[in-house]
Each structure stands twice: as structure tokens, then as C-alpha cells.
Design a protein around this ligand. Sequence first.
Ligand code: ZN
Length: 179
Amino acid sequence: MTAQLRTVRQLGDPILRRVAQPVDGIDDRLLTLIDDLIWTAEKTNGVGIAAPQVGVSQRVVIVASRPNLRYPHAPLMEPTALINPEIVARGDRRSEGWEGCLSVPDQRGPVWRHDEVEVCYLTPAGEIRQAVFTGFVARVLQHEYDHLEGVVFVDRVTDPQRLLSEADYFAQLTPAPAK
Ligand code: ZN
């Protein structure tokens, strides 16, 4: 069976504001959802996605950092599905970094996140795992976890006046061509 591209819900859809329900069992429907989420993140140049973003109010997130058109400097990792994730520890250090969201097209904004988080979750095979995420991957995890709580990154933007269109964001990043 091949994974399907799912429609990504956009800001304003009430499902993005709901607290998602815990997963109470791993079945074929859930595994299909996970395959579809990984596929949808890849096809839309995401580095992560949460189930509520495709209209499923359940506690499942994908963290799938890789360099792509939207995040050219993202580190490469295997896509990881986290079922019922819990952030069990947060490092003291925080950094401000630019975020975007598949549910908020064409916007980037600066958000403070912990540089390191420890997360406990269930794998699709039903195993309990505890893992430490750092740097950009920790940022992605915190962003996706927020989606399970009905929080969108624009809620956390340090200063809404610093929100940028993607075009302006990339223009700021790209050094002027040498003469
Ligand atoms: Zn998002």
C-alpha cells in the first residue's frame, strides 16, 4: 500500500486549536496515518507534522528534519514518529530561531525554544522510548508538540511585527551577490 498525500489544515481551522486525544491503541488505521504524515511532510517540504494538521485530533507527531526547499540548512535524520509524546525535561538554555508551519503558509517568525528536550514516547512498534533532541530537531519537536496542545507558532512569536513572508525571509538570509 502506498502512502497518501493528505490535505493540510490551515490556520483558522478549529481542529488546530483543539487539545488532541491520546492514542489508545496501535492499529492499521494509525499506522496508515503515520505513513501518510511522513509522506505529506516530505511532499510539502516540511521538517515535521502533527496529526491535527491533517484533521486527526490524536497525539501523533512526525519529526523529519532534512534539508529541503523550505529549510535548506536543516540537519538530515530518519523520519521519526512519536505517539503520545511527553516532554519530560527541558534544558535551561533557549535560543531564538525562525519558524514556519505548513498550516500557516508563507509566514516566518522568530520563536524562543529550549535547545534540548528529553521526550518519552511510543514507537509505531509499540515500544516505549526516551530520547534527547537538541538544536533544530529539538525546535521541530517543540513546534509539533505544540500542535497537540492547540498551539500554533504564531502564538509564540516574540514580536508579531517581525513576522515575514517567506520571500522576504529568504531574501534576508541570502547574501547579496558579489560583484
Ligand atoms: Zn506547524
